[in-house]
Ligand binder design. Structure first.
Ligand SMILES: *[C@@H]1O[C@H](CO)[C@@H](O)[C@H](O)[C@H]1NC(C)=O
Ligand SMILES: *[C@@H]1O[C@H](CO)[C@@H](O)[C@H](O)[C@H]1NC(C)=O
Ligand SMILES: *[C@@H]1O[C@H](CO)[C@@H](O)[C@H](O)[C@H]1NC(C)=O
Ligand SMILES: *[C@@H]1O[C@H](CO)[C@@H](O)[C@H](O)[C@H]1NC(C)=O
Ligand SMILES: *[C@@H]1O[C@H](CO)[C@@H](O)[C@H](O)[C@H]1NC(C)=O
Length: 510
């Protein structure tokens, strides 16, 4: 009998009181040398008509006491494997001398699993290895995703009651900032129901999160100017020209001027740039911004946007994102691009997760997901919640702790957007804007707020000098003596080490 089946049988016996228990302990993984130096469990939890796949990694510290973090990725549609391998988990691909075959994995020593157990879930349904039992089950939205993830969390905890006691944090990044906020609300609401088991919710962690579409869209324009991607002239035209135009136009109409000026301002500039504006002048200017920025790698504008010309046709239109051709690129011919390119590392995940031996090790149900994608871009997803800012306003009365971080060269969710919505929470600063350090070097800036027992730590992650190879990047952290918690912002862009002091994971008594 293969050992995994023995293990299953063992688990079945151990957890026979809990017929629903669906997890399996994974001792080894293809590509990783020897046994995993941490406890990994994978499995599915049925929620409605969805089978939600998870990777659970027990804290490498003190799992009985350390907090439990629920984590899923953005997109929507990006697999939790992103979080595990490229962001906060204890594994990374070793891309040194990659020559085809199963990519090799190495232990990543600065993972958050040093101090927390992490429950990585492929969510919403249609993401990673999570699948619906019926074709209709693919349909989801912000609202449905949040309900599904909350139900998943509850069911998983019922199957793993030993994790009901540790503090619970809800975490996600990028677009999932919307649904993760709703998940926090579901947990708070659920805890009001005395018939339900109480969840020990302590707070939430959001990485470069989408919170309010309008604030984000607005911040992008300000950011492109501040960081030097568009000219002062263009920015001033967007901000002021409409203003001047309306001023001269309506000059004759005496008293009405002020109001008209205001009205014109909000069509493109002012407190908010209305990026959906049908005002042609505004639209044209927004197109000019787009022209200036479209060829940037928006996740981190300092990194190269990796494209490649397919051998058959070297024409410009044939240039495609490396990732979209991941397999073809790596299989023929296998080589690492000369220049440092994040997508190369991303491409390895397709090869790894679609390999039969990997799927067997992870206990993926056969025939469920034929073509695993790092991010499912064809998810059937309705963006039905435009802003969750009001939820965060309410959370400030709930004694929760929040950690929010953002890369400072991210053009998808610019730091200005995150600072923008945090500013609207009207919190009291308890520790003002100051640098935080790794190896004596400034790694970003942080500020801490508090209000009625609610605490929010915000940290930026400074983009660093480009490295030729990602292994060098990992080595930098390997050398770092200050093992705190490593965060890689969404899409694996910015690696940061936050001290425990700012995470409040352990000493979170007040
Ligand atoms: C990564 O792979 C290279 C080449 O096979 C090897 O020399 C190195 O030790 C590996 N690094 C780790 C951390 O496993
Ligand atoms: C709890 O369950 C009881 C009995 O089923 C029911 O009467 C009561 O309304 C429930 N309470 C809540 C808050 O749902
Ligand atoms: C991605 O989502 C679509 C629509 O929801 C679904 O049909 C497809 O099977 C999913 N792809 C993967 C790889 O799961
Ligand atoms: C915030 O709290 C107020 C007062 O309890 C409530 O009326 C409102 O619906 C809440 N807003 C959200 C978005 O939950
Ligand atoms: C924010 O705080 C300021 C000053 O304390 C106050 O005037 C304002 O009304 C507050 N805004 C909100 C939305 O609570």
């Amino acid at each position: 009998m293969p050992s995994t089946w023995c293990l299953r049988l063992f688990l079945l016996l151990v957890f026979s009181a809990n017929a629903a228990f669906s997890g399996t302990i994974v001792k080894t993984l293809p590509g990783f040398d020897g046994e995993l130096p941490f406890k990994l469990e994978t499995g599915y939890v049925r929620v409605g008509t969805s089978e939600m796949f998870y990777y659970f990694i027990e804290s490498e510290g003190n799992p009985k006491e350390d907090p439990l973090l629920l984590w899923y990725s953005g997109g929507p549609g990006c697999s939790a494997l992103n979080g595990l391998i490229y962001e906060i988990g204890p594994l990374a691909f070793n891309i040194t001398e990659y020559e085809g075959g199963i990519p090799s994995l190495m232990y990543y020593p600065y993972a958050w699993t040093k101090t927390a157990s992490i429950l990585f879930v492929d969510a919403p349904v249609g993401t990673g290895f999570s699948f619906p039992l019926t074709p209709e089950g693919f349909a989801t939205s912000d609202t449905l995703a949040a309900k599904e993830i909350y139900q998943f969390l509850r069911k998983w905890l019922m199957e793993h009651p030993q994790y009901l006691k540790p503090q619970l944090f809800v975490g996600a990044d990028s677009y999932s900032g919307i649904s993760a906020t709703l998940v926090v609300q579901h947990v708070l609401d659920g805890n009001l129901d005395t018939n339900l088991t109480q969840l020990n919710l302590k707070g939430y962690i959001l990485g470069c999160p989408e919170i309010d579409g309008k604030i984000t869209a607005n911040a992008k324009i300000v950011f492109t100017h501040r960081i030097g991607l568009i000219s002062d002239e263009l920015y001033n035209v967007i901000l002021v020209k409409n203003f001047m135009l309306s001023f001269t136009l309506f000059f004759l109409v005496n008293n009405v001027i002020f109001h008209l000026v205001q009205a014109t301002k909000v069509t493109c500039g002012g407190d908010y740039f209305d990026t959906t504006s049908e005002n042609p002048a505004c639209y044209e200017n927004l197109q000019l911004i787009n022209k200036c920025t479209k060829d940037l790698y928006k996740n981190n504008i300092l990194e190269p946007k990796c494209t490649w010309a397919s051998p058959e046709s070297a024409d410009e239109p044939a240039r495609r994102l490396l990732e979209e051709n991941a397999e073809g690129f790596i299989l023929s011919p296998p080589r690492i691009p000369e220049f440092w390119c994040r997508n190369f590392n991303y491409a390895l995940s397709y090869i790894w997760a679609n390999d039969q031996s990997v799927r067997a090790a992870l206990n993926i149900r056969e025939g469920t997901v034929h073509d695993w994608k790092r991010c499912n871009k064809s998810l059937n997803y309705g963006k039905d919640v435009k802003s969750v800012l009001d939820y965060h306003r309410n959370f400030t009365n709930k004694g929760l702790q929040a950690l929010v971080y953002n890369g400072d060269h991210d053009l998808i969710i610019p730091n200005l957007a995150t600072q923008g919505w945090i500013g609207k929470l009207n919190l009291t600063i308890v520790n003002d804007w100051r640098p935080w350090l790794v190896d004596g070097q400034i790694a970003g800036y942080t500020i801490k707020y508090s209000e009625n027992g609610y605490r929010l730590t915000y940290a930026t992650v400074k983009a660093r000098r480009l490295k030729k190879r990602i292994t060098e990047e990992v080595d930098t952290h390997r050398k770092s003596p200050s093992v705190g918690n490593v965060i890689t912002c969404l899409r694996g862009l910015f690696t940061i080490i936050l001290s425990r002091e700012s995470l409040h994971f352990r000493n979170s008594g007040n």
